[in-house]
Design a protein around this ligand. Structure first.
Ligand SMILES: Nc1ncnc2c1ncn2[C@@H]1O[C@H](COP(=O)(O)OP(=O)(O)O)[C@@H](O)[C@H]1O
Ligand SMILES: [Mg+2]
Length: 231
């Protein structure tokens, strides 16, 4: 289980997160919503290790990970699907998937068949270059690459951004399926309300570096949340 407790985070002198607390547990989707620039990605960076929080605490299964490197966190089962996907455009689909191998022991370095059953298009396109895929296909590849590490905490940063509706539906089913297996905690950042509403077991809304509203996904007040997300 992930616990973020009173996390503060700075970029130089400028503070991006103020006393942020959230939790994510196996078999559940924790969704973080908020408009652009409120600190969603900063929170995910602090959890995955790309940027180290200044104070507060982040624990994963009881152990502090606040200061750990991204590589150490990856070895502990934490995987990030970054905003904008960050697919290597010159590498093939297979090679992109294999970049996940560095986080796992040599004996496990294969692509689980499940990834191809979740995203059949990836099997069809194994030899194509990442840069030749559509945005939606790249998003599926980015999720597949994270799943190669068999994560226990899957973090997704705006997976629907710039993606065609049919693929958004597919991605929604995949996230629901992974959650329903019960083994994985999912931390999802979104600005697309309906997608978040459909998946969230727990939700938090951020504004200006703080959590301003949170609760159970089933209790999400659409008007209130949309109000906090509109510019
Ligand atoms: N690398 C960085 N250096 C300095 N400021 C940053 C950096 N990344 C983000 N910020 C600032 O931190 C704030 C939160 O950004 P971010 O976490 O990307 O928000 P969101 O993901 O909600 O759009 C913004 O004011 C942004 O300009
Ligand atoms: Mg962001």
């Amino acid at each position: 289980m992930l616990k973020v407790n009173n996390l503060n985070l700075h970029y130089g002198a400028s503070q991006a997160l103020y006393d942020v607390s959230i939790e994510a547990e196996a078999g559940k989707v924790t969704c973080v919503l908020g408009r652009n620039g409120v600190g969603k990605t900063s929170l995910l960076r602090a959890v995955s290790g790309q940027h180290i929080g200044s104070s507060g605490e982040i624990t994963w299964n009881g152990q502090s990970i606040l200061k750990m490197s991204p590589q150490e966190r990856a070895k502990k089962g934490i995987a990030l699907v970054p905003q904008g996907r960050e697919i290597f455009s010159q590498l093939t689909v297979l090679e992109n998937l294999q970049t996940g191998f560095s986080a796992i022991p040599r004996s496990q370095r294969n692509i689980p068949d499940e990834i191809y059953s979740l995203f059949p298009v990836l099997r069809e396109m194994l030899k194509r270059r990442g840069g030749d895929l559509s945005g939606g296909q790249q998003q599926q590849l980015a999720i597949g690459r994270a799943l190669v590490t068999r994560p226990k905490l899957l973090i997704l940063d705006e997976p629907t951004e710039g993606i065609q509706p049919s693929i958004i539906k597919d991605i929604q089913s995949v996230i629901a399926h992974l959650r329903n297996q019960g083994e994985m905690a999912i931390l999802l950042v979104e600005q697309y309300f309906d997608f978040a509403k459909a998946l969230a077991d727990e939700y938090s809304v951020m504004d200006r570096g703080q959590i301003v509203l949170s609760g159970k996904g089933s209790d999400m007040d659409e008007e209130k949340v949309r109000g906090l997300m509109s510019v």
